[in-house]
Write a protein that binds this ligand. Structure first.
Ligand SMILES: Nc1ncnc2c1ncn2[C@@H]1O[C@H](COP(=O)(O)OP(=O)(O)O)[C@@H](O)[C@H]1O
Ligand SMILES: [Mg+2]
Length: 296
């Protein structure tokens, strides 16, 4: 394996010894690994008559610990959604292997829940019925899942909206329904693709705090795609920085802030600015590559 888990950058407060990133190679202990991607490559047909192949992911190596919150960050089009789709089992890699608890991922499974940017609720179903859709379709007894569906609605602050319809809710409320729905089967892993990207800044903060709280209570492993640097620093244990064209793991940033986190505490933390600056620098470099492709 060329790149066991990529380089890890641990941000240090400004003025700390050296000033240069501390690049070390670390290996996640085997017992705690939940998700493992080894040498993963993926290409798609493109161009005239789909005759060419576009390599979207190349040699992706990544290990995610059980209960860890990992953010994927990188320029648009670098393959973040493709990584999530492979983890969800919606698609399969051309090269390499992807496993969850040592078992190869071969297709979708309710143990790996997915939350998209658009909540994709059924407009003809009530909030409660949307949350309970999965187990009902699986033919389970309503007594098994309805109490849990109601408890989750309470947890996301929508208890009073159980009998409302999606069109009667705001965007943030709809996304909270999607969150409750994803959590109902008690997923081992939650895959989130820019879930708060379409929300206004204020609502996004509320959703981030809510997600942080549920994650801490449930111990679910989360892989969260975002292009929002502050969001990644607020939520993540580690931030996987991806490079573009082809998508690779460029660097992994350990987020140094203690939990529980608040936006205020983060801003006051001396490690915040250096970490944010480092991430922005990488994003700028990677976007530069994109610009070169547009203007060769
Ligand atoms: N099913 C597909 N068929 C062809 N090309 C695809 C498909 N899915 C993604 N791509 C291409 O792969 C690249 C990465 O896409 P994506 O994973 O959506 O990036 P990101 O989520 O980082 O913005 C893009 O160039 C996109 O056009
Ligand atoms: Mg995407």
């Amino acid at each position: 394996m060329k790149n066991p888990i990529s380089a890890v950058f641990v941000p240090t407060p400004e003025g700390a010894a050296g000033g240069t990133p501390d690049l070390t190679h670390t290996q996640v202990p085997n017992a705690s690994v939940s998700i493992r991607l080894q040498g993963v490559g993926k290409s798609f047909a493109h161009g005239r008559r789909q005759a060419q192949r576009l390599t979207v992911l190349e040699d992706i190596n990544l290990e995610v610990r059980t209960g860890e919150f990992v953010c994927l960050l990188g320029p648009s089009g670098c393959g973040k959604s493709t990584v999530l789709n492979l983890l969800a089992g919606f698609d399969s890699p051309d090269h390499g292997t992807i496993s969850l608890d040592g078992q190869a991922i071969r297709g979708p499974d309710p143990r790996r829940g997915m939350v998209f940017q658009q909540p994709t609720l059924f407009p003809w179903l009530t909030v409660l019925d949307n949350v309970a859709f999965g187990p009902r379709m699986a033919g389970r007894d309503a007594r098994d899942y309805l109490p849990e569906a109601r408890r989750l609605l309470r947890q996301v602050g929508l208890e009073r909206y159980a009998e409302h319809y999606p069109w009667q809710l705001s965007g943030g409320m709809r996304q909270r329904v999607a969150l409750a729905r994803a959590w109902l089967p008690g997923p081992q892993v939650l895959l989130m693709d820019e879930p708060f990207g379409a929300l206004d800044a204020q609502t996004r903060l509320v959703m981030q705090e809510l997600l942080n709280r549920i994650w801490a209570e449930t111990g679910t492993t989360i892989v969260f795609v975002t292009h929002d640097v502050d969001e990644a620093l607020f939520l993540g244990d580690r931030i996987v920085m991806m490079s573009a064209h082809p998508g690779r793991v460029r660097e992994i940033i350990e987020v140094p802030f203690a939990r529980p986190r608040t936006p205020d505490a983060l801003l006051a933390d001396p490690a915040y600015a250096p970490a944010k600056r480092r991430i922005l620098q990488i994003l700028r470099e990677e976007s530069g590559h994109l610009l070169e492709e547009i203007n060769p």
